[in-house]
Design a protein around this ligand. Structure first.
Ligand code: NAP
Length: 248
């Protein structure tokens, strides 16, 4: 069966690394992005140069209509999705909870939580054997922040990742008998641009001495765990959350 992977937020960072590795493993890749057209196109071209198949779809996972259009586009151009990586995620400027307003909280919940759940809904409608599908696998991107809470930085972001952990456990049980496995990966501090959104581009280097392995992680090290969870070698693994944190 043709393997088709959707990676939300595949234009940069962990999502781009997952798209590249997925293509190398033989998946046809549908990657999404919000605004950075050039970055998304560069990942597609790199995959094509390596002999793979990839398309980039501009779709805001904070918008339900965009999500529905994304899955319909992938149906038409690549075939029905067999692997979903709920990777797109945002954080906002570091601050204490006492400074946060409802607009900030709505934005982060819409992208990190609602977006992941709605993408999973679209995937299940295509994958579930109860709907005539062939089964599939979903990996959600959580964060070590779900365990540590991110005090004084972004407790709101940490709370969205706690929600992702719970969603992973519940959904895994809900669809386990329908051929779908659902797992999550909790990265630690990884060298990507996400820390710039928090207002501290050098955050990984500031914190790396607090990591038992004394270094930040690379996006590819997270992508390897995602690829394993999606693969048939993880055939009896569902409802699991893997920490990729250098021991943090
Ligand atoms: P990143 O470098 O900031 O990349 C984010 C990606 O998501 C980009 O492709 C971006 O697209 C896309 N995106 C952002 N908002 C979107 C939206 N509303 N709709 C669709 N796409 C959107 O992030 P990253 O560090 O690779 O993080 C990936 C995942 O890992 C996130 O869920 C994050 O929470 C989690 N994580 C990261 C770390 C870390 O240290 N880096 C640690 C723990 C967990 P554009 O290029 O168009 O903006």
């Amino acid at each position: 069966m043709q393997q088709v992977m959707i990676v939300t937020g595949g234009s940069r960072g962990i999502g781009a690394a997952t798209a590249r590795l997925g293509a190398a493993a033989g998946y046809r890749i549908g990657l999404t992005y919000r605004g950075n057209d050039a970055a998304a196109q560069a990942v597609v071209e790199e995959i094509e140069r390596g002999g793979g198949v990839a398309i980039a779809v501009a779709a805001d996972v904070g918008n339900e209509a965009d999500i529905v259009r994304l899955f319909n586009t992938v149906d038409e151009r690549l075939g029905p999705v067999t692997a979903l990586v709920n990777n797109a995620g945002i954080l906002e400027r570091q601050m204490r909870v006492e400074g946060m307003d409802a607009e900030r909280l709505s934005r982060i919940l819409a992208v990190n939580v609602t977006g992941s759940i709605l993408c999973a809904r679209e995937a299940i409608r295509r994958m579930s054997t109860a709907h005539g599908g062939q089964g599939g696998a979903i990996v959600n991107l959580s964060s070590v922040a779900a365990r540590l809470g991110a005090p004084n930085e972004y407790v709101d972001y940490a709370a969205t990742k706690g929600a992702i952990d719970t969603f992973t456990v519940g959904l895994a049980k809900e669809v386990a008998a329908e051929g779908i496995r659902v797992n999550a990966v909790r990265p630690g501090i990884i060298y990507t641009d996400i820390h710039t959104s928090g207002g501290e581009p050098g955050r990984v280097d500031r914190l790396k001495e607090t990591v038992p392995m004394k270094r930040g992680g690379q996006p590819e090290e997270v992508a390897q765990a995602i690829l394993w969870l999606l693969s048939d070698t993880a055939s009896y693994t569902t409802g699991t959350i893997i920490d990729v944190t250098g021991g943090r």
